[in-house]
Design a protein. Structure first.
Length: 254
């Protein structure tokens, strides 16, 4: 009888302990869920944002190189057209340079638009740093070509023509670049104009001097930005390099 009562008491104690443990675990679980409720929601949003950013970043990186290539090829053709050795091919070289530049403008415009659609209105804040080089190269290509063709250097809203898929006509479109890209692109353009001036000097000294004056005036307009070098990466270095280019070109043309 005593043994039966002892076993019954032990079973009751075990049951009470299990109930107490279950109650504790249930309360503890509810406490964990309550504590992490906001965290789980916010992390889900953050994860989605990270996935969107990663996808957009990969797209920019993969496409910007194609834009830069088009610009580089445009600049090479444009500068080559000023070499007297290519006089018989000048028209074709300028046509090729123009086509490459417009291709780059079209590609940049398309990429900018897709960033707005895929990433949202904050794409310029979060992703623009990845596009600066491509925009800069577009500025350089169009500006170099403009000087060679004796046209106006374009503003930040760069005009280009795009082929209408439903006709043989090309329509006028604009692609806008950032302040930073515009400044960098014009600084790089000065370097290309040195090559144009030296090419021109082989057959037309007056034209070479004209190109040089454009270089010098463009540099004068850009030099004041050196005081803001903390806001523009490697800006001071670029300005110092171009100052030396101006001096070297002037000596070469004397």
């Amino acid at each position: 009888m005593r043994s039966f009562m002892s076993d019954k008491k032990t079973n009751w104690q075990d049951s009470a302990q299990k109930n107490s443990l279950n109650t504790f675990m249930s309360t503890f679980s509810r406490l964990i869920r309550m504590t992490l409720k906001n965290v789980k929601t916010e992390l889900a949003v953050a994860l989605k944002s990270s996935e969107t950013f990663g996808s957009a970043r990969r797209k920019v990186i993969s496409q910007k190189d194609d834009i830069i290539t088009q610009c580089s090829e445009s600049i090479v053709s444009a500068v080559s057209s000023t070499n007297p050795d290519n006089a018989g091919n000048k028209g074709d070289l300028l046509k090729e340079a123009n086509e490459k530049a417009e291709n780059a403008g079209k590609m940049l415009k398309k990429l900018q638009s897709s960033m707005g659609n895929d990433y949202g209105r904050w794409w310029k804040r979060d992703l623009h740093v990845l596009l600066v080089q491509a925009e800069q190269e577009v500025v350089e290509a169009f500006s170099t070509l403009a000087v060679i063709k004796q046209e106006e250097i374009p503003p930040r809203d760069i005009l280009f023509r795009s082929q209408d898929p439903n006709s043989y006509l090309k329509t006028k479109k604009y692609v806008r670049v950032s302040d930073e890209a515009y400044v960098y692109g014009l600084l790089d353009c000065i370097g290309e104009l040195k090559r144009v001036a030296l090419n021109s000097d082989k057959s037309d000294h007056d034209l070479a001097l004209h190109i040089f004056e454009i270089m010098r005036e463009l540099f004068r307009e850009l030099e004041p930005f050196s005081k803001y070098s903390n806001s523009f990466k490697i800006l001071k270095l670029k300005i110092d390099v171009n100052r030396n280019l101006i001096t070297d070109t002037e000596k070469s043309l004397k």
